[in-house]
Design a protein around this ligand. Sequence first.
Ligand code: ZN
Length: 129
Amino acid sequence: MSAFSKTHVDLQAGRTELHDALGLTGAEVSFNCLPAGAGVPFVHSHKNNEEIYLVLAGKGCMWIDGTVHDLEAGDCFRVGTGAGRCIRAADDSELRFVCVQVREGSLKEYTMTDAELTQPEQGPAWLAK
Ligand code: ZN
């Protein structure tokens, strides 16, 4: 498998999933746009995966196990396994968000505990000053 894959997302589209488009192996990522007043028409939960929601634009709300949480651009939140969830755009605003789905408890190292720095000469020309 190549170390690089790329796709382009139509940010106006209702929902675009990246797992197959990018050949993701550890996560599912989706871009979502709910029109004003629209919502996902069901409650769901996940058995093994937590979901991280990143609200990019607009307003709405998220129902989680009976509690409604207001949402606005910039809000980021996690919903763990087993929790019922349902998201909706406000009546007067669309809601754009990214949802990242990863196996709960799977992350062992991240950022600098997983990264290794390489020599500048092995990198892009803009580093070779
Ligand atoms: Zn889900």
